[in-house]
Design a protein around this ligand. Structure first.
Ligand code: GDP
Length: 219
């Protein structure tokens, strides 16, 4: 299992197994059977549900909401063998009443700070407006966990190739100076650009212990 094709097939096969498990509204609802999970976060409407659907290759699995802020819970998708993909509540939607927003923020921060089986965080951003102050704040306080973060600059189909590459370079430069242990790529749920790359990163995080146990390396 060392050629790039075989790795990408393995990742694709893993994510094709995804089934919706549950929505958690409080830390006590988080599944105890999880041994490894990767969470997806992002501003409401950034394209998080579409990105998850593309990775799973299943159009309707993560609901693509027409109403920003509709994802109110922590949604769990099982991949088998105690591994999960986690869809976190979207943030930054101003029209949500204060108490509800406080509840989500509390849930999100408790999850990100204390969930021990969390292997890494994917943050979905609109390629036209990456690294908003809220995204940067999330990156800042997740950095205390010393776990990797991967940024998906999505809706890249809305930019020309050159514009998209420029955005990528700008974000890469900021990561080099401000945020470490953080990678970035272009993505589009519409054209499928970057889906294999995203799958490969997340698959690597989820299967890390298996690679170590079987003596496999990522080279
Ligand atoms: P979420 O709130 O972050 O889950 O965002 P959604 O996945 O529901 O997407 C918000 C809107 O952006 C929807 O109208 C999607 O069809 C659209 N969208 C999402 N991803 C892409 C993309 O890669 N390209 C384009 N052109 N539109 C996208």
């Amino acid at each position: 299992m060392s050629s790039p094709e075989k790795k990408s097939d393995a990742a694709r096969n893993l994510f094709r197994k995804a089934v919706f498990l549950k929505s958690a509204d409080a830390p006590r609802d988080l599944p105890v059977e999880s041994i490894a999970e990767v969470a997806f976060a992002g501003r409401s409407n950034a394209g998080k549900s579409s990105a998850l659907n593309s990775i799973f290759e299943r159009r309707g699995l993560a609901i693509v909401s027409k109403t920003p802020g509709r994802t109110r819970h922590i949604n769990y998708f099982g991949l088998g063998d105690g591994r999960f993909m986690v869809d976190l509540p979207g943030y930054g939607y101003a029209q949500v009443p204060g108490t509800m927003r406080d509840h989500w923020q509390g849930l999100l921060s408790t999850y990100l700070i204390s969930r021990s089986v969390l292997r890494g965080l994917v943050i979905v951003m609109d390629a036209r407006h990456p690294l908003t102050p809220l995204d940067a704040r999330l990156l800042e306080w997740f950095s205390v966990r010393e776990r990797p973060t991967h940024l998906l600059l999505t809706k890249s189909d809305k930019l020309t190739r050159q514009q998209a590459l420029n955005q990528l370079r700008i974000v890469e430069a900021r990561l080099r100076t401000e945020f470490h242990n953080c990678s970035v790529q272009l993505f589009s749920g519409v054209t499928g650009a970057g889906v294999d790359e995203a799958r490969s990163v997340v698959h690597g995080w989820l299967m890390q212990d298996l690679h170590v146990q079987s003596g496999m390396s990522d080279n």
